[in-house]
Design a protein around this ligand. Structure first.
Ligand code: GDP
Ligand code: IMO
Ligand code: MG
Length: 435
């Protein structure tokens, strides 16, 4: 089966660490969407590593790692990342595979991202400026270039055609930036990409599954940034929910097993767009400082707020989440009270469903309050030893989402994961009760 790890909020839930934690049980780890807008942090030999395009299973020597067709790949950023990973002695020629159908991000995509954001002024998306939106636009607009094209004789000409089209668009935007350094770096990185294992990802993964391998699909971004169901237009340009796994890897829905959703014990967002539980006061600032909430890709301060169960319920429904991982629970150690939003009060009344568009909407979150535990929990190594107040908070989340919080992450370290009930085995939760 293909088990899936998804971010359930606005990204940065701790997916990288959790994928690394689970990776030992899987033979294949596969990224299925997004690109270098992702920043997945993990610790290897106590050293911090941030991965952007390479799957987070890469530090487990027995895993094979796949960059799926649903990913958009920037050769320059990818080649830098290869250097980082190889410095740890990882043999990428042996354990990394790239779908020929993954689309390329070219320098003018990045320039277009900048130009588009600039043109939006205060309405800007807050993009990571990695060229994600323009690359996916070319994919769906049927103008894109794919990794496999790099080995085709017509690549040069096709690249120039696309570049020229982009230059005309940049003229329209009156873009004045200098793209030549980006283009030089792009050219210099193409040979490395050509020398990697460029394969048919869909045949590769289905063969692995036929042979009995366990596959873990690694989501990037978060469900509330999904292009269809997120806080549109303040979203990314890919399908970040479980459905994206099928199109982003070429596997059938019947192959999808556990859907493991990662949520922080509170909430963060980086970039623009609605964030109903955002705290603009000292509590929000304390969450940012205690949680070290600064972007792994851009270094931007993350907006912080309380856990939003309206949003969490919504995305559990969209993806059929079967297990929750609650990360960064330790960040709440010094907070009292702790809150979770159970409804939105809008001019039309109180709602617990996600409305059509919450951007700019007048929302007063309705909170349930919990006494803080005011104890350090980083050093705890068994779920049972967690403070009673934290367990009650977790129980509340389980009741409201009807999904078990099977894992609690109480620190950034590789081994800081607590398993509820000591049951690590895969177990599908009962069907949600039918109304
Ligand atoms: P991702 O994009 O979902 O992989 O998450 P990021 O790597 O962007 O951000 C998560 C941050 O939280 C990283 O700095 C992690 O090292 C850190 N982190 C992950 N899990 C925990 C946790 O349980 N507790 C604490 N304190 N930090 C964590
Ligand atoms: P990981 O995988 C947090 C946000 C950007 C912006 C919006 C669109 O590390 O969780 P884009 O560059 O995709 O055009 O930006 O999405 N965003 C992320 N926020 N974590 C991420 O990835 C993100 N990737 C994109 O901040 O608001
Ligand atoms: Mg991140």
């Amino acid at each position: 089966m293909v088990d899936v790890i998804l971010g359930l909020q606005w990204g940065d839930e701790g997916k990288g660490k959790i994928v690394d934690y689970f990776a030992g049980r899987y033979q294949v780890i596969a990224r299925f969407q997004g690109g270098p807008n992702a920043g997945h942090t993990l610790y290897v030999e106590d050293q911090k590593v941030v991965l952007h395009t390479i799957p987070s299973g890469v530090f487990h020597p027995h895993t094979r790692n796949l960059i799926g067709n649903g990913v958009v790949l920037d050769p320059e950023s990818f080649s830098k990342e290869c250097g980082t990973v190889e410095a740890f002695g990882v043999d990428l020629k042996k354990n990394l595979f790239i779908s020929e159908k993954a689309h390329l991000i070219i320098p003018t995509h990045r320039a277009l991202d900048m130009a588009s954001e600039e043109s939006k002024g205060l309405e800007k998306i807050g993009s990571t400026l990695k060229g994600i939106g323009p690359a996916y636009m070319d994919k769906t607009g049927r103008n894109g270039l794919r990794v496999g094209d790099l080995k085709q004789p017509g690549f040069r000409a096709a690249y120039q055609r696309l570049r020229q089209m982009h230059l005309r668009m940049l003229d329209y935007y009156r873009f004045s930036g200098d793209i030549s350094p980006m283009e030089e770096a792009f050219e210099a990185s193409l040979d490395l990409l050509r020398s990697m294992n460029l394969i048919s990802g869909e045949y590769f993964i289905n063969k692995c599954l036929d042979e009995g391998d366990q596959v873990l699909a690694e989501g990037a971004q978060g469900s509330m940034l999904d292009v269809d169901f997120g806080t549109y237009p303040y979203v990314t340009s890919s399908s970040t929910i479980s459905a994206g796994v099928c199109t982003g890897l070429g596997v059938s829905p019947s192959r999808v097993g556990e859907v493991i959703g990662v949520t922080k014990a509170y909430c963060t967002r980086v970039g623009s767009g609605a964030f109903p539980t955002e705290l603009l006061d000292g509590v929000g600032e304390s969450l940012r400082v205690t949680g070290n909430e600064f972007g792994a890709t851009t270094g931007r301060p993350r907006r912080c707020g309380w856990l939003d169960l309206v949003a969490l319920n919504y995305v559990c429904m969209l993806s059929g989440v079967t297990q929750l991982v609650m990360t960064k629970s330790d960040v709440l150690d010094g907070f009292d009270p702790i809150r979770a939003c159970t409804g939105y009060r809008c001019p039309e009344g109180e709602i617990s469903r996600m409305p059509f568009d919450i951007n700019g909407m007048e929302i007063k979150p309705q909170y349930e309050s919990f006494p803080g535990w005011l104890t350090e929990t980083n050093a705890i190594s068994r779920f049972e030893e967690l403070p009673q107040q934290m367990k009650e908070f977790i129980r509340f989340v389980e009741d409201r989402t009807r999904v078990p919080v099977k894992y609690v992450s109480n620190g950034p370290g590789r081994d800081q994961v607590l398993v509820q009930d000591g049951k690590e085995g895969k177990k599908r939760v009962p069907e949600r009760p039918k109304k």
